[in-house]
Each structure stands twice: as structure tokens, then as C-alpha cells.
Design a protein around this ligand. Structure first.
Ligand code: NAD
Length: 469
């Protein structure tokens, strides 16, 4: 069985487990489980004097709300099953965090490291034209974003290609999110998924009963964290947890191996080393170990898989010693592994909740593009004047200065990045509370993942039952 097939099957079994608990009628359960449509394309691009054929997909899992939202992945192992599984997760993710989108996902089978910047631009622009011809990209129907192997640069190429194809569409730049700021991107999108992982973990650690259930106590400070994958999501999550929550990052795992340091790795310095040397080997910040997979089994408080799917499976789940597994990646734990972990008393904070930060901020970016105005533009000056007056009034009335922490909170700029962070934090906290309430209310639900699926599917089922045409 290929990785993609196993991933799709795993997601399917997770959905079925939830729909059975909910007692959904079979037809409705099937409607919610399966992808509504998938577009597969092969297209040639002239590379170094010869044609090369590229294969790509875009899946729309659910159109109960539009546009369908979900990233575009560039990786050599991309397959239709993988894209379908990822599109399904997007549907449930959007429902959990009340982002009014359906689920979509795209993938191109390519190892971006084999191509120059110019070649990648040609390939991306051609892929965008193919998606456009079949209606698999538009501000109202299907809106991509970055995923593994893609980032703001690729989103910029997609946005400008679509804009050229649709000069009459005033909302053209809303066809994709995660764009560079000069093309309508939003402050805080690049790090949004990592930020969301941080907020999700903060939400978990703010509930002492949940922390106790994992066999831990206290907050994030001093917690020993291992991160697998040090790309967009893993790097930002590790950086925020280390620098803002005082967590100890005791292990970082990349493709070439793992870097370990029981006293805590300096995330910024590790990143600088990777940028210069291309990998972890030789990094003086810790001890290098070639077997990266073995590092998943290290004794730690929180394991954050932030690379790819199926990395914790039936074969290694029994050896995972982390008390909390925080799924920053999509599908890192298979259905069978999930069962083994849960039975062993591990707490899994599931992907469909924990890595939703990216789509939450993508939603903010999309609405910004439709409104054509950056967040905070109207109210920033007014808020500043009002906050300065409140501060002066308090100091005049009390005759003493307001403590620095409170003064800083009152002076916080009402600019785009702060508004984005505030909206993201609020959404992540609210969604966590919804999931844990669901778990507490239903005795058939013993884990956060099932609670998350039941919460999401409940919202989608209501929509289908009441409004489906
Ligand atoms: P990325 O391409 O920026 O980084 C991926 C990282 O994983 C790289 O550091 C790579 O070296 C590492 N990696 C790949 N294979 C590995 C292996 N076998 N062992 C260890 N490390 C390996 O990708 P990303 O955007 O950070 O995405 C990571 C995960 O997060 C994916 O599952 C993706 O679907 C999910 N995700 C991403 C976003 C987003 O906004 N980018 C949003 C939600 C979910």
C-alpha cells in the first residue's frame, strides 16, 4: 500500500468512527466522507531544451461551503490519494475553526530541489493555467495556499498568472492566499501555522485536568519538546515555544537526521546553521544522530511531528514515549497508531485542530483581498489616541505610573499583525474549548481526535441536512 493510500484510508476510518458514534444515516455519512471531485492533469514544460511532463492534482472534498480551501504541495511522493486525504482534512479543519470554506487540496509530483527558480516559475504558471481551465482555481471556487515545498514565492506566481488570465476580475488576487504582502498577502501568514500550534498547545496547557490526563503538570515552561520537520511549520512552532513559552527544544529532526540537546537547542542558531550548511549534520548546538526516525521515540513531554503523514505507525507507536503528540503536520499518526497511543494514555492533539492556524489566517487574507483594505487601517489611529488618553487619565487619577506590562498592553498597536494574532489566538482557544466540551459531554468519546471529528462533522451534517440543494 502506498503512503497516500494508507493516509486516505486512515482519514476515512477516523471519519467513519465519528459518524458511527453520531449515528449519521449511511448516505449522509458517505457524502461527508468522500471527495466530491478530483482533477488530474499532465502537462509538458520545456526544461533545459527538452519537454518534461508533470503530473498534478487538485481535489475538492466538500463544496458545502465555497470556496474550497487548501494548499498546493510540491513533493516527489504526491499522489491522488494523498491529495484526497489532505482535501478531506481541510473540510473538517475549516469546520472546527468556523472558517466558512469547503475543503480542497492540490499537489504536483515534483522535487523542487531539482529545478532552478526560473524553471519552477514556468512550471507553476503552467500548472495554474491548467487549474484555471478546469475551474479548479478562483476566488469563489477554489483557493490554494502554501504547503510542503511551496511558499509565498509560488503563491505570488499563481496570483499573477490568474490575474493575467482574468483582468476583469476585481477580486483576482483572492484566488490564492499566503501571497507576498505586495500582492495582497497578510502580515503574519508565513508563521501562522506555527503560531496556531503554539496557541493550540497553550490552550491545552491552560487546562490542568487535560495536562494531568497526559501524565504531566504545569504549563509549557520547561517542557521538553522534540520537533520533527523544521520547515515553515516546525521552525516557527519551535521558535515561538522556545522564545515565548520557555519550552526546551531537546530534539530537532530533519531528513538528514536529528540534533539533540537535553539543555535545549537555540532554535534561531540551528536555523542559521541549516541555512548555511543545508542540514543538521555538524551543527555545534547539539549532538547529531543519523537515525532521525529513532529520535521520534525519545523520552520527552511533547512530540511535534511537523513534516509529513504516516510517520507514527503501527510499527513504532508502541515505542513513542512523548506524553503529548501535537500533530502540526497533516496525518502524521495513522489510525492504528492513534489507537495504540490512546490506549497507552498518550494524548494526541489532532491535526484537524492543531495546524488550522494557516487556514484561519488565509481566511483573514481572503477577506482582506475582497475588502481591498488592510486590517487596522480605519481604526488604528483612533484606538491609539483613545488608549493614550486612558493611560494618561489613569495616571492623573492615581498619581502613579501604570505598571509597565499593563501600559504595554494598552499601547499595543492595532495594526494588521496584532489583529491577525489576536483573531488567530481567539479562534484556536474557542475551538479547543469546543472540542474538549464535546469529549466531556459524550461518554463514547475518549480522545480529542474523535471529539474534533464529531464536532466538525456535526457542523457539516447540519449544513447538508438543512440547506443542501
Ligand atoms: P516545508 O516544506 O516547509 O517543511 C517540511 C519539513 O519536513 C522540512 O524541514 C523537511 O526537511 C522535513 N522533512 C521532510 N521529510 C522528512 C522526514 N522523512 N523526516 C524528517 N523531516 C522531514 O512544509 P510545511 O509547510 O512546514 O509543512 C509541514 C506539514 O505541515 C505538512 O504536513 C503540511 O501539510 C502541514 N501544514 C502546513 C501548513 C502551512 O501553512 N505551510 C498548514 C497546515 C498544515
Amino acid at each position: 500500500m502506498s503512503d497516500g493510500t494508507e493516509f486516505l484510508e486512515s482519514v476515512g476510518r477516523m471519519v467513519s468512527r465519528a459518524t458511527e458514534i453520531m449515528g449519521l444515516p449511511e448516505g449522509l455519512a458517505q457524502t461527508i466522507q468522500h471527495c466530491h471531485s478530483v482533477f488530474q492533469v499532465r502537462f509538458p514544460v520545456k526544461i533545459r531544451g527538452d519537454f518534461q511532463v508533470f503530473e498534478g492534482w487538485r481535489a475538492t472534498h466538500s463544496e458545502h461551503r465555497l470556496p474550497g480551501k487548501g494548499g498546493i504541495r510540491y513533493a516527489s511522493c504526491v499522489s491522488q490519494d494523498e491529495v484526497e486525504a489532505l482535501a478531506a482534512l481541510m473540510t473538517f479543519k475549516c469546520a472546527i475553526v468556523d472558517v466558512p470554506f469547503g475543503g480542497s487540496k492540490g499537489g504536483l509530483r515534483i522535487d523542487p530541489r531539482d529545478y532552478s527558480r526560473e524553471e519552477l516559475e514556468d512550471i507553476t504558471r503552467r500548472f495554474t493555467s491548467e487549474l484555471d481551465r478546469k475551474g479548479y482555481i478562483s476566488p469563489s471556487l477554489s483557493v490554494p495556499a502554501p504547503d510542503v515545498g511551496t511558499g509565498p514565492r509560488e503563491m505570488g506566481w499563481i496570483a499573477t498568472t490568474y490575474r493575467t488570465l482574468h483582468p476583469e476580475d476585481i477580486d483576482a488576487y483572492a484566488c490564492v492566499t499566503g501571497k507576498p504582502p505586495e500582492l495582497g498577502g497578510i502580515q503574519g501568514r508565513v508563521e501562522a501555522t506555527g503560531r496556531g500550534v503554539q496557541y493550540g498547545l497553550q490552550a491545552f496547557f491552560s487546562h490542568p485536568e487535560d495536562v494531568r490526563a497526559a501524565g504531566l503538570q504545569g504549563g509549557l515552561e520547561g517542557k521538553r519538546v522534540v520537533v520533527q520537520g523544521f520547515g515553515n511549520v516546525g521552525f516557527h512552532a519551535a521558535r515561538f515555544l522556545e522564545q515565548e513559552d520557555g519550552a526546551r527544544i531537546v530534539g530537532i529532526i530533519k531528513r538528514d537526521g536529528a540534533l539533540l540537546n537535553e539543555s535545549g537547542l537555540a532554535v534561531g542558531r540551528v536555523q542559521e546553521y541549516i541555512a548555511e550548511h543545508g542540514g543538521l549534520k555538524g551543527c555545534p548546538e547539539g549532538t547529531f544522530q543519523e537515525d532521525g526516525d529513532a529520535a521520534l521515540e525519545l523520552d520527552c513531554d511533547v512530540l511535534i511531528p511537523a513534516a509529513l503523514e504516516n510517520v507514527i505507525h503501527e510499527g513504532n507507536a508502541g515505542r513513542i514515549r512523548a506524553r503529548v503528540i501535537a500533530e502540526a503536520a497533516n496525518g502524521p499518526v495513522t489510525f492504528d497508531a492513534d489507537r495504540i497511543l490512546t490506549e497507552a494514555g498518550r494524548v494526541v492533539i489532532p491535526d484537524l485542530y492543531l495546524n488550522a492556524g494557516g487556514v484561519i489566517v488565509s481566511y483573514f487574507e481572503w477577506t482582506k483581498n475582497l475588502s481591498k483594505m488592510r486590517f487596522g487601517r480605519l481604526e488604528r489611529r483612533l484606538a491609539q489616541t483613545r488608549n493614550d488618553s486612558v493611560l494618561s487619565l489613569i495616571e492623573m487619577a492615581t498619581g502613579s505610573p501604570v505598571p509597565e506590562r499593563m501600559a504595554a498592553a494598552l499601547r499595543a498597536d492595532v495594526d494588521e499583525v496584532n489583529l491577525v494574532r489576536s483573531g488567530l489566538e481567539d479562534t484556536m482557544r474557542t475551538a479547543y474549548d469546543q472540542i474538549r466540551d464535546m469529549q466531556a459531554r459524550n461518554e463514547q468519546i475518549s480522545d480529542l481526535r474523535t471529539a474534533a471529528y464529531v464536532t466538525a462533522i456535526g457542523k457539516i451534517a447540519r449544513y447538508y441536512t438543512e440547506y443542501a440543494l
